[in-house]
Design a protein around this ligand. Structure first.
Ligand SMILES: [Zn+2]
Length: 245
């Protein structure tokens, strides 16, 4: 479950990411009443098993059962913040467009790793890189996105608009491009082609950690802003808006 809002007198409108139907919205009737049995199962960051009936506008939840409450995430503020970020990304990058099992699996795996591992950094970076793959925004990291030359082991540039790395010669002519160090590029490539188990064994200095985090943040922010201006997004917003009238 991704988030909820109050709905009518006593109900809740939930935004869920499901294995069978991807992102969807559902109403939990009476969930805000004190003694509601469903309410305890319907908290954000919780993995739940639901029985639903189709309603006029949304699905209606008839039964809820917790599969995993991710208690270590709830009990630790840093983990809570990481999980909130993971959920916000999937929520902002997806529409109600039907089943997407790889994305569902990535979300479940990532929340499980944040709950279980002492450091959430590898889990969250791996999530960002896989999310980019699954959404069709996999950055090009082996050849210059402008001249096509193979990237050499040296410091380069990265450009969000072109979607990948630029060799030092081309990068110098693209004012918006961000510098990227060789260790940061190696980290991204390693994460792009490895399983989580292999990827998470790579050791990183704090400086490279910060660089990788900032670079992914720059690319994801760019994509979200571009998406905010896309026709599909405007359509979604209009539908949301008219649903609430
Ligand atoms: Zn080039």
């Amino acid at each position: 479950m991704l988030r909820h809002t109050d709905w009518g007198e006593a109900d809740r409108l939930l935004v869920l990411f499901s294995r069978e139907a991807g992102k969807l919205r559902a109403v939990a009737k009476g969930a805000r009443k004190l003694r509601s049995r469903k309410a305890g199962h319907l908290e954000p960051f919780t993995r739940v098993k639901l029985l639903m009936a189709s309603g006029r506008d949304f699905w209606i939840i008839t039964q809820a059962e917790t599969v995993d409450a991710y208690l270590p995430i709830r009990e630790d503020l840093v983990r809570t913040a990481y999980a909130a970020y993971v959920i916000e990304l999937i929520d902002r990058f997806t529409y109600e467009e039907g089943e997407n099992r790889p994305l569902f699996q990535l979300l479940i795996d990532t929340l499980g790793r944040i709950a279980a591992l002492p450091d959430a950094f590898p889990a969250v970076r791996y999530y960002e890189i896989r999310l980019l793959d699954l959404l069709g925004f996999r950055p090009e990291l082996t050849n210059c996105v402008r001249c096509g030359a193979q990237i050499q082991p040296e410091n380069q540039f990265f450009d969000a608009d072109l979607g990948g790395v630029l060799c030092p010669r081309c990068g110098a002519n693209v004012p918006a491009a961000h510098p990227i160090s060789m260790p940061a590029l190696k980290f991204l490539r390693h994460y792009q082609r490895s399983t989580f188990h292999e990827a998470s064994r790579a050791a990183l200095t704090p400086a490279v950690q910060r660089e990788v985090e900032a670079l992914l943040n720059y690319y994801l922010t760019y994509l979200l802003e571009r998406r905010l201006n896309s026709p599909a997004f405007l359509h979604e917003v209009r539908r949301d808006f008219s649903d609430h009238l």
